[in-house]
Design a protein. Structure first.
Length: 527
């Protein structure tokens, strides 16, 4: 028998048994002893690793797309919608004129003679002969966002932000998100979404300021979108307001909220479900998904409006139709009740100034309180609530505190001590419930807590601080418990800090008192 050796590849039997093959011909030693066929194993495939060619193709496509965008920007500087960064000087007078002549529901278009010159017309005139002025671009350092980062930020948004602000249809957004021919409204919306996604993550933090500067610069130039992207403009302003509230930029947030409300009213989103609005009903039959997006952005603006009203004791701007039963709608119901309570307070103050009776307003507040108690009881029975569910639970208890505050104010001159004592007990129960709910939030990742949770929590802390002398020290005890929890909740703007840092940036005077109380607590603990 020949003892010639094969190439050094083991036979299938030796490979199966994980033994060393002597590679003898025609059979190796093991196969000969076992009297089994001896077949050489096939040679391994040569060439690049699996998936390497596909990765190279994707990289080439990405480089070609980047090169094409740069060529387009050089050849067509006015068409800024085709690139990531557009030139604000390219906005001409016709775009300003489009807004002034647009029919947004307030009457007929304005005559041409009444139209004011746009920014570019004023620049072309140059009456002083100073030449073109150049200002530093705050977003000039915005880096190019590659395809991988783009996809990751989109995923972050829908995983961490969308559950708290469900106003976008994911599939519709993904259809246009990677297009190079996005409108300005779509580009602004996408960049605001990325900012929110980054705020709720630990990656790409260096992109927040450049993206925000670019969005503010771009969105202010879009007076109104008269094309098919009106909805994206409203969504962009809504999410920008949320972003500024999360970053404690309260002045900008109030201004952005005003733009958001006026856009909603001008586009008549509050009439979407009106039975008398035939064109909207027809649109809902043609594109029910877009109609639902309009409905949701209206309700989100409604919720933000009432949160700002609760925070600053302002009358609400928006009025509701009727909601259903999910967590988002529970928030809307609670916000509506709080808005009614604030409106009742305003009417009560006016009536008192003119010598009217307070009993009517007390009865109305008691009725609102009964409705609120029913909603709060239903919310407490929910197991494992989501972000909006937890937000609705805490907001319901805060509204209970505000109602009791109104009743305490109305009864301040009353000799009925039992009523006053009852209001104190209700406030303490609500505050204790808020502390318990908030303590549960400290065990969650910061991305699982509603980004606007600080608003109802700060309202509670401010009320307890203002009334810390009541209840034989019980109010002060709840305040200390709540401030202690604030120190454990992560500040979205700086993950190394807590909600106490947000208090220092508040423009409400009571917040500074709460901050002083927290400092006193730390001194007592150290002492």
């Amino acid at each position: 028998m020949s003892t010639l050796q094969r190439p050094s590849r083991p036979c299938k039997e030796c490979q199966r048994r994980k033994l060393r093959c002597d590679a003898q011909q025609p059979k190796c030693g093991l196969c000969q002893r076992a009297r089994v066929p001896c077949e050489a194993s096939p040679a391994g495939k040569r060439g690049p690793k699996r998936g390497h060619l596909n990765a190279l193709r994707d990289r080439l496509l990405q480089l070609e797309e980047t090169l094409q965008n740069r060529l387009d920007s050089e050849q067509h500087p006015q068409e800024h919608a085709q690139v990531l960064h557009y030139n604000p000087d390219s906005v001409d007078a016709s775009q300003s004129a489009d807004f002034l002549s647009a029919d947004v529901g307030y009457g007929d278009p304005l005559p041409q003679a009444f139209m004011l010159p746009g920014p570019s017309m004023a620049g072309d005139a140059d009456p002083l002969g100073l030449g073109p002025c150049s200002f530093p671009d705050p977003a000039a350092s915005l880096p190019q966002i590659d395809r991988g980062t783009h996809a990751e930020l989109d995923q972050f948004y829908f995983d961490r932000v969308h559950p708290s602000f469900p106003i976008l249809h994911k599939r519709r957004y993904l259809n246009w998100s990677k297009s190079t021919a996005k409108s300005r409204s779509q580009t602004c919306l996408q960049q605001v979404m990325w900012i929110l996604a980054i705020l709720l993550s630990t990656q790409y933090r260096d992109l927040i300021n450049p993206l925000y500067s670019r969005v503010r610069q771009d969105i202010d130039l879009i007076i109104i979108d008269t094309g098919p992207c009106q909805l994206e403009l409203v969504q962009a302003w809504t999410l920008l307001t949320v972003c500024e509230l999360m970053r404690a930029l309260y002045g900008q947030a109030w201004a952005s909220a005003g733009r958001m409300f006026r856009l909603l009213q001008g586009l008549r989103y509050h009439e979407i479900d009106s039975p008398r609005k035939d064109p909207v009903a027809l649109e809902g039959m043609i594109d029910p998904i877009r109609t639902e997006e309009k409905r949701r952005v209206f309700w989100m603006a409604f919720l933000i409006d009432h949160l700002l009203s609760i925070r600053n004791r302002w009358p609400a701007v928006t009025e509701p139709p009727s909601p259903d039963t999910c967590s988002f709608n529970e928030c809307i119901i609670i916000a509506t009740l709080s808005g009614r309570g604030l409106l009742c307070d305003v009417h009560g103050a006016i009536s008192e100034a003119y010598g009217g009776s307070e009993q009517i307003h007390i009865d109305h507040n008691e009725w609102l309180n009964l409705v609120l108690a029913t909603r709060n009881q239903a919310l407490r029975q929910r197991n494992d609530p989501d972000r909006l569910g937890s937000f609705a639970q805490i907001l319901g208890q805060v509204t209970e505190i505000l109602f009791c505050k109104s009743l305490m104010t109305m009864n301040k001159n009353s000799s009925n001590e039992s009523c006053t004592q009852e209001y104190h007990c209700r406030v303490l129960r609500a505050a204790e419930t808020i502390v318990l709910f908030t303590a549960d939030l400290t065990e969650l990742h910061f991305s699982m807590v509603h980004p606007l949770m600080f608003i109802p929590l700060f309202v509670t802390a401010e009320f307890l601080y203002e009334n810390r002398a009541l209840g034989d020290g019980a109010f002060l005890m709840q305040l200390r418990s709540l401030v202690g929890v604030f120190g454990q909740l992560t500040n979205i703007n700086d993950h190394e800090r807590s909600y106490l840092d947000l208090l220092s940036r508040s423009c409400i005077s009571s917040s500074r008192g709460v901050l002083e109380q927290s400092a006193q607590q730390r001194e007592d603990q150290l002492g």
